[in-house]
Design a protein around this ligand. Structure first.
Ligand code: AMP
Length: 207
């Protein structure tokens, strides 16, 4: 079973991706995470990727597709894949159709106002890498006690840019999967548990 998870910035995509991949034993691939790792490990694309990410723009398709294909070549596709944040452009969806069959696309729908409110309170743990919501960045991570930090692209200005780009460029992806009758839309303003339960009900009908 191969699943695609689409969602605007701050829609809780990464959190749901972790829950879904664990529940169904899927290999979780986040292109955003792959890019952040490439920046940290000084890959040759580091400067280019940071430039796009820091201004809230999408990394060009040719690099993104290359990075995804390289990652896919290292895993056992038989186990099934959960793609988190890919595809984000119509071109990426069409290219993906040539790589493997997508069984279900889940769209976490969030209004821009809610996303912008969440940007203030989202932090990431330096140790366990989980997202944590808190009003005080000096609080320890609720999962492991580690130190909280802010994602570089989690500023109000960048989040707004990411959101605008999402509406413009990713809308055709949503239409693409709607046309294939593979899109399942979830209200991303609900709680983590409610969203996960809705997704499970849907996925259990396919499994
Ligand atoms: P995410 O962690 O999914 O929020 O992604 C963080 C950033 O990585 C995005 O704002 C983009 O700059 C870049 N990115 C992630 N996935 C893609 C993709 N499929 N296509 C282009 N850029 C991407």
């Amino acid at each position: 079973m191969n699943i695609v998870l689409i969602g605007g910035p701050l829609s809780g995509k990464g959190t749901q991706a972790k829950l879904i991949s664990k529940e169904y034993g899927l290999c979780h691939i986040s292109t955003g995470e792959l890019f952040r790792e490439m920046i940290e490990t000084n890959s040759k694309y580091k400067d280019l990727i940071s430039e796009y990410m820091n201004k809230g723009s999408l990394v060009p398709d040719d690099i993104t597709i290359k990075v995804l294909k390289e990652k896919l070549s290292t895993i056992d596709l038989e186990k099934g894949v959960l793609l988190d944040g890919f595809p984000r452009t119509l071109n990426q969806s069409q290219k993906l159709d040539n790589i493997f069959k997508i069984d279900q696309t889940i769209f976490l729908d969030i209004p821009m106002q809610v996303a912008l409110e969440r940007v203030e309170t989202r932090f990431v743990c330096e140790s366990c890498n989980k997202n944590v919501r808190t009003n005080n960045k000096n609080n320890p991570c609720i999962y492991c006690g580690g130190k909280l930090t802010k994602r570089k692209d989690d500023t109000t200005t960048t989040a707004m840019e990411r959101f605008k780009e999402f509406m413009l460029v990713t809308q055709p992806v949503i239409e693409f999967y709607t046309g294939q009758k593979k899109l399942f839309k979830v209200d991303a303003t609900k709680s983590i548990e409610e969203i996960f339960n809705e997704i499970k009900v849907r996925l259990n009908t396919l499994w």
